[in-house]
Every structure is written in structure tokens, then in C-alpha cells.
Design a protein around this ligand. Structure first.
Ligand SMILES: NC(=O)c1ccc[n+]([C@@H]2O[C@H](COP(=O)([O-])OP(=O)(O)OC[C@H]3O[C@@H](n4cnc5c(N)ncnc54)[C@H](O)[C@@H]3O)[C@@H](O)[C@H]2O)c1
Length: 268
């Protein structure tokens, strides 16, 4: 357990399953208290399985077993009332927020001339606007502390074009703009802001895309991939370790950066 991270507090969106959950558990193992925020209910778009209240409960138990406190919130990153309430309760309980992992996100395929406005809005509102809605509530707390680390979970789709994923890619490129701009605004307050860019990750999202496309998770991974290294996808632990690095003392002078976890994909 690291002395640097012990008793710090992390607010994590999309924490119920997938990358958010794995990161919550990895931080908990380092002594970080967790505020886990998730919609924890089905969404008509994209229509695959979201996290659940059971997931949030079992995450809370696992964190407590690891010796840290965990509070959970059911809420939508698109709704300021949900976000503001959860951030206020987190501050009330822990008196601080040291780490924000803007991780909640959705994905679904669609050609630009076939997408509905509903699909576009859901994609941009959850993946991009949601990150801002959460950050704008957390940033004042970090400013008061004069410390903090924000990680935005973008994607390789935030650094390249993606066939039938233009709305997803737009949201993920947008996160790079937020990351770099917030890094400038917040450096004077000793708050660092970085984005991560995973290639396909083995999570319920990939299972969900396979379900929507009538294919297998492996086919979904291979479709967007072309990883140089011989793996169809990376794991949630790979992502959790990258976040840990960025928020730990080792990352103390890293800000405004894009940490690529792509098994070499963007090299070609
Ligand atoms: N899986 C991949 O291949 C991959 C690759 C690169 C980046 N990403 C990004 O990583 C992040 C996490 O993805 P994942 O693979 O763990 O996906 P996932 O679908 O397995 O998990 C996403 C979590 O976010 C929650 N969520 C969705 N909409 C929400 C909302 N409006 N408000 C609150 N919570 C909401 C879900 O309930 C779920 O628990 C996403 O932003 C995704 O775009 C995923």
C-alpha cells in the first residue's frame, strides 16, 4: 500500500462494472476511499447491459474488505442534480476529493447519415458533457485543497477516426480538448488533468456491442483493432494500473497528457 495514496478519496463515475470498478478496487487496495457513481439501471440507448445496484453493493463490500470506506450513488452523469448531490455527500463524508475518474461512457455503432439525433445526443451528453458536469462540481473542492488529479477515460477513438463510430469518436476527441484545457486552467491550483486512451478492453461494453451487432466480443475487438501486440484486447487491470500510475507520486509532474494503452494500435 502506498503512503502517498493512503486515505485519499476518489470519485469514480461508471464504477459499477468494467473499467470503473476495476479502478475502484485497485485504488481501494492502495488505501483510497471510494465514492462510486453509476446509472445502475438499463438505458434504452445503447440498449446493452449497464451496471446494476447489485454491482454497486458488491463493490462497496469489496472495498470495505480492503479496509477502506465506500459510498455508492445511483445517478446519471447527464443530470446535474444527481451529480451535485453525490459530490456534496462525498465532501460531507470524506471532507475532500483527491481523484476524479471520469469514466462513465457508452458506445454504439451507426453511420453518420443514419444516426438519430437521440443517439448523437446520448453519446455526447454521457461521454463528453457528463465529464464536464462532474468535473465542475469536483474542481472547486480540489481548488480549496490546492491538490487533485483528474483522469478522463477517452479511447483510441479520441486519437483517430473510427468507422461507424463518428459520434463516439467526437465525444472521445472532445475529452482530449477538455483534458488539455483543464490542465492549463488548473495547474496553478496543483491539480493535474490527464486522459487515457485504451484500445479494446475486455468489459461488459464489448459484450454489449457484440450483442447489438450479432457478433462475438472477439470480433468486435478485432474490428476496431489491429493491435501490434498479439492480443485481441487489454484487461480492466491494465487500465486500473495506468490510472494508479497517473494519480500516484510517480505521476506528479504529468499533466495535460494522453496516456495511450493501445497494444501498439495507433502506430500503424
Ligand atoms: N471497452 C472498451 O473497449 C473501451 C475502450 C476504450 C475506452 N473505453 C471507455 O472506457 C469507459 C468505461 O468503459 P467500460 O468498457 O468499462 O464500459 P462498461 O459499459 O462495461 O461500463 C460503463 C459503466 O458506466 C455506467 N454508465 C453508463 N452511462 C452512465 C450514465 N449516464 N451515468 C452514470 N453511469 C453511466 C454503466 O452503468 C457502466 O457501469 C467508457 O468511457 C468507454 O467509452 C472503453
Amino acid at each position: 500500500m502506498s503512503v502517498y495514496l493512503k486515505d485519499k478519496v476518489a470519485f469514480i463515475t461508471g464504477a459499477a462494472h468494467g473499467q470503473g470498478r476495476a479502478t475502484a478496487l485497485a485504488l481501494a487496495a492502495e488505501g483510497v476511499h471510494i465514492a462510486a457513481f453509476d446509472i445502475a439501471k438499463p438505458l434504452s440507448y445503447p440498449g446493452y447491459t449497464m451496471g446494476s445496484t447489485d454491482d454497486l453493493e458488491s463493490l462497496q463490500e469489496a472495498c470495505q474488505k480492503a479496509g477502506v470506506q465506500c459510498i455508492t450513488f445511483r445517478g446519471d452523469v447527464r443530470l446535474d442534480a444527481d451529480v451535485a448531490g453525490a459530490v456534496a455527500k462525498t465532501e460531507e463524508k470524506f471532507k475532500r476529493i483527491d481523484i476524479l475518474f471520469n469514466n462513465a461512457g457508452i458506445c454504439a455503432y451507426g453511420l453518420a447519415d443514419e444516426l438519430t439525433e437521440e443517439a448523437w445526443d446520448a453519446m455526447l451528453d454521457i461521454n463528453l458533457k457528463g465529464a464536464w458536469l462532474v468535473a465542475r462540481r469536483v474542481i472547486p473542492i480540489m481548488k480549496t485543497q490546492a491538490s487533485g488529479a483528474i483522469i478522463n477515460n477517452s479511447s483510441i477513438a479520441g486519437l483517430r477516426g473510427m468507422n461507424r463510430l463518428s459520434h463516439y469518436a467526437a465525444s472521445k476527441w472532445g475529452l482530449v480538448g477538455l483534458t488539455k484545457s483543464w490542465a492549463i486552467e488548473l495547474a496553478p491550483y496543483n491539480i493535474r488533468v490527464n486522459s487515457i486512451h485504451p484500445t479494446g478492453v475486455d468489459t461488459p461494453m464489448n459484450d454489449g456491442l457484440a450483442f447489438l451487432e450479432g457478433s462475438t466480443p472477439q470480433e468486435i475487438a478485432e474490428r476496431s483493432a489491429g493491435n501490434l501486440l498479439d492480443v485481441p484486447w487489454i484487461t480492466t487491470d491494465d487500465v486500473a494500473r495506468a490510472v494508479l500510475y497517473l494519480v500516484s507520486e510517480s505521476g506528479r509532474y504529468i499533466t495535460g497528457s494522453q496516456l495511450v494503452l493501445d497494444a501498439g494500435l495507433l502506430t500503424r
